[in-house]
Ligand binder design. Structure first.
Ligand code: HEM
Length: 150
């Protein structure tokens, strides 16, 4: 399947990056919402954060994670991942980090649902630090995708 995208390759890559930007915007926002939500527990503001989180999930996070995966896998087939071509160590590593990042979203959405039930046990300072993890992942993923060091 290597090269199967033909002339569409650059278009698929452009839209891959566009949806990556939307997804990252959502992943940077959600943990910050969680901090505000947790600090507002027990006040009427908590319901407003609950609604904001649900909207962010429905309008940004869910559609963009789906599109990033779809277009990313199309590109992966194009570079020969499923044909077992050599020299794709960068892509294997990138995939591992993206899987972890997708799991991170699952955790954050789960924590948002816990907060909606009035439960939240993570200290605010720790929650803020956890919120920086997507930035670290983006640095690694972009270096792997652009520099392809191995
Ligand atoms: C969801 C799973 C993903 C898969 C399977 C995937 C796979 C790919 C593949 C195969 C390419 C094409 C590389 C080439 O043709 O040279 C690519 C390009 C790219 N990807 Fe992903 N990707 C995924 C997610 C992400 C994420 C989460 C980010 C950023 C946070 C990202 C950032 C990029 C960038 C910046 C490029 C352009 C690299 C270049 O052409 O210089 N990708 N991706």
């Amino acid at each position: 399947m290597a090269g199967w995208l033909g002339n569409a390759y650059l278009w698929v890559k452009a839209f891959h990056i566009i949806f990556v930007i939307f997804w990252m915007a959502g992943l940077f926002l959600l943990p910050r919402y969680l901090v505000h939500h947790q600090e507002a527990l027990g006040t009427p503001e908590a319901t407003a954060w609950e609604k904001r989180e649900a909207l962010l999930r429905r309008m940004i996070l869910s559609p963009s994670i789906g599109m990033v995966w779809l277009l990313g896998l199309a590109l992966a087939a194009n570079v020969g991942l499923f044909d077992g071509l050599p020299g794709l160590g960068w892509l294997h590593t990138k995939l591992l980090i993206v899987i972890l990042l997708s799991g991170y979203q699952g955790w954050a959405v789960g924590y948002s649902k816990k907060l909606a039930k009035g439960q939240g046990k993570i200290a605010s300072r720790r929650l803020r630090m956890i919120g920086e993890l997507p930035a670290l992942a983006v640095i690694l993923i972009v270096i792997l995708a652009v520099v392809k060091p191995f």
